[in-house]
Structures are given as structure tokens and as C-alpha cells.
Design a protein around this ligand. Structure first.
Ligand code: ZN
Length: 287
């Protein structure tokens, strides 16, 4: 088996809570936070439960997927006002029909420590095209470097991993890279252990990585990623069910489970400061 030197810590797991996303609705799960006060509250609760990072999307006034800057500003402002030290990871996608500027402005202006970088275009949920054309990715990567934001490279398919390696070589993404392996989205790779292992074995040298599964394979991917020494993302963005047929009560319910299971394997949930150290985040720290 091809061995990659990885920078994940074997004794720590970085738990990321993906609170809202662009697709899930309150009809799917009433616990979904959609407005700034709700999202900020969920972020703080997840941090208290053991999440080191929160991945943030916002919605418009009708709870539709949005890249409205004022909503990001309010959400981030509330979390920072509460002096919650959680690492912020803002989305750079957010749904359909947004301009490049709409997608870049939140991380450029609010300077989170992380922002998502979707390393390729794909058919999304068998409905629409999730556009991440080369010129946008170059612009997005360069804007992240200029703003001191570390990209969290989202990989839904093996081609995206190759694309990310290309941008690493070109300097559009700076090493050490951090990957989020996203399995189970219709249009991307299925959420299976086999697929997770394949991606992990093809990561570049000296990177960090996390993973999550959407839908049926979610728990399988979670357990396999933990066993492989990966970091874990959970939350209502990716899954509305806690187990088959059982709606999740909250985002933090998912976080609590990862923490519990990781402890059983002898791994501890990384604090936000430990996550910063593991991910090599040196900029945009808010005091
Ligand atoms: Zn997202």
C-alpha cells in the first residue's frame, strides 16, 4: 500500500461541526439553525461539546441557501462577541447562482482562519452543476493567500484530489494542505470505506485530512476515518438523521458521539488551540 506521511495527530481528533449547509431545511429537521442568532448559538454549543472548528453557511430571510455578506457578518460577529475561541471555517460556495465576488467576499472581509475550497466542478445532487471553474479556483486560492485564510480543500471525487495537487504545485494552495474528504454526495464518490481508503492513500505528502459521509454510509465513514487517524466532520449540513430513521436532536448531539467514540479508541477531541497547531494555522487569530 502506498504510504503517505501525514500530519494528523494520532492522539487527537479535530471535530468540525458543519452546522447548516445550503440544502437541508427545517422541514427536514426542525433543529437546523438558519439565522445568525441560531447559527451562533449552535456554534458555541458545539464548541462546548468538543468541536474545535465550525463550518458556517448562512441563509437568506426565507432560509434559502445564501452568500449574503450581512448574514455572515452577523453570525461571525455573534460568535466573536461571545469570546468563543472556536476556529471559524466559512463556506465559499453556499448554493447556486452566486457571483465569484459573493463567494469570496465573506472570507476576504471577515478573515476566518479556514474557508472551504471546492477543488472542482461536479453535478450536484443530480439537479444542478456545482461550478468551480479553473479561473474561479485560481482567484479563490489567491484571495485566501492574500487574506491569510487557510483553504480546507473539499474533495468529493478523486479528480478533485488531482486538481488540488496541481494547485499545490502551482502555489495557488500552500503546503501543508488540509483536506476534507466528502463522501456520499450524489454526483461524487459514494460513502464507503473502500473509497475513503483510496482517497487517503492518494493524499499528497505532509498534509492533514478529515472526512465525513452523507446518508447511509455516514457512520461507516466516520468509524473508518477515526480508525485511520483522520479528523471528523459531523452536523446537520451533512446528515439530518442521527441513526437510520432517527432524526438528530441537534448539531452537538453528533459532536458528542464523535468525542465519546474517539475516547473509546484512546483519542481525545482536540481543543481549538490544538487544532490550530495541528493545522498550522498561524494567521487571523482573534483575541
Ligand atoms: Zn459546507
Amino acid at each position: 500500500m502506498y504510504q503517505t506521511k501525514r500530519l494528523n495527530r494520532t492522539d487527537k481528533v479535530i471535530i468540525t461541526a458543519a452546522l447548516t449547509g445550503a440544502v437541508t431545511t427545517k422541514q427536514d429537521n426542525p433543529a437546523l439553525p438558519t439565522q445568525p442568532e441560531e447559527i451562533a448559538k449552535a456554534a458555541i454549543r458545539c464548541w462546548e461539546a468538543g468541536a474545535a472548528v465550525v463550518h458556517i453557511h448562512v441563509r437568506d430571510d426565507n432560509d434559502q441557501g445564501s452568500m449574503r455578506f450581512d448574514k455572515f457578518q452577523d453570525t461571525v460577529g455573534l460568535i466573536r462577541q461571545a469570546k468563543c475561541p472556536v476556529v471559524l471555517n466559512l463556506t465559499s460556495s453556499g448554493g447556486q447562482g452566486f457571483s465569484w465576488e459573493d463567494r469570496i467576499k465573506p472570507f476576504r472581509e471577515l478573515k476566518p482562519e479556514l474557508a472551504s475550497f471546492d477543488a472542482g466542478t461536479m453535478n450536484w445532487l443530480n439537479k444542478v452543476v456545482f461550478m468551480n471553474e479553473p479561473e474561479f479556483l485560481e482567484r479563490c486560492g489567491n484571495a485566501m493567500i492574500a487574506a491569510g485564510v487557510k483553504p480546507e480543500i473539499e474533495v468529493f471525487d478523486i479528480g478533485m484530489l488531482n486538481t488540488a495537487k496541481y494547485y499545490l504545485k502551482k502555489g495557488i494552495i500552500q503546503a501543508p494542505a488540509h483536506f476534507q474528504l466528502c463522501l456520499g454526495a450524489p454526483g461524487g464518490m459514494e460513502a464507503t470505506v473502500e473509497n475513503l481508503l483510496y482517497l487517503v492513500n492518494h493524499l499528497p505528502e505532509n498534509c492533514t485530512w478529515g472526512a465525513f459521509g452523507i446518508g447511509r454510509g455516514a457512520n461507516e465513514v466516520l468509524l473508518a476515518a477515526l480508525a485511520l487517524g483522520g479528523n471528523i466532520r459531523v452536523g446537520l449540513e451533512d446528515n439530518v438523521y442521527y441513526n437510520h430513521g432517527q432524526l438528530a436532536r441537534s448539531n452537538e448531539q453528533f459532536v458528542e458521539r464523535v468525542k465519546r467514540v474517539a475516547n473509546e479508541f484512546g483519542r481525545q477531541a482536540a481543543t481549538s488551540d490544538e487544532a490550530r497547531e495541528i493545522l498550522g494555522i498561524t494567521k487571523n487569530r482573534q483575541e
